[in-house]
Design a binder for this molecule. Structure first.
Ligand code: ADP
Ligand code: MG
Length: 364
């Protein structure tokens, strides 16, 4: 499964030149407002057309200006989910889902019941959209898109109209969709939390151009790529290893080593992307005294970069690279240079959405 995008669009006030390839899983188009994310989505969907471009999904050419190929919207088989669910208000949830099926081509694809189960909307089938929460409406909109048997799902800021509680409610369903539906997803967001949690690959847009792209853990460590540099940090693919109810802790294993976090309501074996913001990682040159050994990971400095009054330090821990944000003075006091052995002390992790009782940040 590959998606190849290479498009150029020049408007009077805005020029877009974007090329990227993506594979299976969820590819995030990430960037500040006005960077061109929605423009790219519209071009892929066929809602607008570039002066020059080539868009190929799994070998099917949707657009190739050099060859004069321009597949019309209705033949592209691309599902779209926008900020607002845009459901038909006079129809029940079931009828809205069936409406999606009307646009399906060919046979196969998931059944209405399978989609309702995947998205947890089976109990809502006979209800009308007006009685649903924002998160429930978005899940129905996703279901409707899936039932049209798309070859690709586009999601443009699907959570940005929802409050934090509704976001937490819907994120696990998007994870299931990513992991179980076998459908590639291009997901637009300006939220570091969403991207860290959901993306396999990240394409960062800035001023209509690709500022950087790569696996989520590599991109989210790049303070120079992230609109809000203070949000930079590592993203670790962790697995729930066990729970200690007495201590109130869940043990996670992952590429940097084991970490313990306050109890999570997740089954053993569940995988999750854990974001470790750089500002919440401390460094010590010796094993810390008087601190529990929990969440202290030994490693070695592999990169140092000064940024204003801060120093961003990359530390190789096991198979992962953690990012720590120190003041320049502390980096100097510790005498850090490339190769220095250090202990990374993880102060807190950002468990965005749906994991802890209140979501948000967990102090360890
Ligand atoms: P994003 O989704 O990243 O916020 P957009 O792709 O919506 O950004 O917009 C990129 C730029 O293109 C912005 O400067 C915006 O004002 C401009 N733009 C968006 N849509 C149109 C349009 N239909 N006509 C002219 N300019 C547009
Ligand atoms: Mg937009």
């Amino acid at each position: 499964m590959t998606i190849e995008i290479d498009v150029a669009l020049h408007r009077r006030t805005f020029a877009l030149e974007v090329a990227f390839t993506a594979g299976a899983g969820l590819t995030a188009l990430f960037g500040r407002s006005g960077s061109g994310k929605t423009t790219v989505i519209d071009l892929i969907a066929g809602l607008s057309h570039p002066q020059r471009g080539r868009i190929v999904i799994d070998g099917t050419v949707l657009l190739d200006t050099a060859q004069g190929v321009r597949m019309p919207v209705h033949r592209r088989r691309i599902g779209c989910v926008f900020q607002e669910a845009r459901l038909l208000p006079h129809l029940s949830v079931r009828q809205n889902l069936r409406f999606g099926r009307l646009f399906a081509r060919g046979s196969g694809g998931p059944s209405l019941d399978a989609v309702a189960d995947l998205l947890g909307i089976a109990p809502l089938l006979e209800r009308r959209p007006a009685g649903l929460s924002g998160g429930e409406r978005q899940r129905v909109a996703i279901g409707r898109a899936l039932l049209a048997r798309p070859r690709l799902l586009l999601m443009d800021e699907p959570l940005s109209a929802l409050d934090e509680a509704r976001k937490r409610e819907i994120l696990p369903y998007i994870e299931r969709l990513r992991d179980e539906a076998g459908l590639p997803i291009v997901y637009v967001s300006h939220s570091v939390a969403e991207v860290a949690r959901l993306a396999s690959t990240v394409v960062v847009l800035d001023g209509g151009r690709v500022a950087g792209q790569g696996p989520v853990d590599a991109v989210m460590r790049r303070a120079d790529l992230i609109p809000d540099a203070a949000e930079a940090g590592s993203v670790l693919a962790m697995t729930v290893a066990g729970h200690d109810d007495t201590a109130g802790l869940t043990r996670l294993t992952g590429p940097a080593g084991p970490l313990s976090v306050p109890l999570l309501a997740l089954p053993v074996g569940r995988r999750l992307n854990l974001r470790l913001p750089a500002r919440d990682v401390l460094l010590a040159t010796e094993a810390p005294q008087g601190l529990s050994a929990r969440n202290v990971l030994p490693g070695r400095v592999v990169g140092l970069r000064e940024e204003g009054a801060a120093c961003l330090v990359e530390v190789a821990c096991g198979a992962a690279i953690l990012l720590a944000r120190l003041t320049r003075a502390s980096a100097r006091d510790l005498g850090l240079t490339e190769g220095s052995p250090v202990h990374a002390i993880v102060k807190s992790v950002a468990l965005d959405a749906g994991l802890g009782p209140g979501g948000g940040r967990l102090e360890i």
